[in-house]
Design a protein. Structure first.
Length: 194
């Protein structure tokens, strides 16, 4: 797989979470910065979003934040980024994040993170992109997501091959190796459900 320079991180904006998740965000940002990767993320300064951005910058990396106007007016945007793009909508934000990224990493988060995760996996299923996706299952946070996917497969709403749309790791140190090693999707467009 080609070099992965620009890595999108989807994660929560809440600060009222376990230090375990905050530590993981800091570790990931530090690793991205140290290895010379560019972080692409939602542009916030709070929660895991702010932590991963600050850590990437502190380790010498560049950070691109993409934030919708309606969130920026709440004064939650990060003002110390390499580049901050203010856009008109969540849809524009998500499209730009995909266009500006070579790969995707999902840390723990809430409804927004879940929305982004399902969208990026659906787009990969539909062959709108073939970029690697890694879910970081810190302390089993994403176990219910894996269980839901298994249930969907068991009930016939998804195929076993959909498990190959992403890789799950339990440690931040395994993220970059997993991104590099992730296989291309193998779902046949003729046999998948729309």
């Amino acid at each position: 797989m080609k070099d992965l320079f620009s890595i999108c991180v989807y994660c929560g904006s809440s600060s009222r979470v376990s230090d375990t998740y905050k530590d993981a965000a800091h570790e990931l940002g530090t690793e991205l910065g140290r290895k010379g990767h560019q972080l692409v993320y939602g542009g916030g300064r709070v929660g895991l979003m702010g932590i991963v951005a600050d850590a990437t910058l502190a380790a010498g990396g560049s950070v691109v934040g993409i934030i919708p106007e309606h969130i920026q007016v709440l004064e939650v945007e990060h003002t110390g980024l390499t580049e901050l793009l203010v856009v008109d909508s969540m849809h524009t934000r998500k499209n730009m994040m995909v266009e500006r990224s070579d790969a995707f990493v999902i840390l723990p988060g809430g409804l927004g993170t879940l929305d982004e995760t399902f969208e990026i996996l659906t787009w990969k299923q539909l062959r709108l992109h073939d970029k690697p996706v890694v879910v970081v299952n810190i302390d089993g946070y994403w176990n219910p997501l894996e269980e839901l996917l298994d249930h969907m497969i068991a009930e016939g709403f998804a195929q076993p091959a959909h498990r190959k749309l992403f890789t799950v790791v339990t440690r931040v140190e395994d993220v970059l190796p997993a991104l590099s090693a992730q296989p291309e999707p193998t779902i046949d467009p003729e046999t998948k459900w729309l």
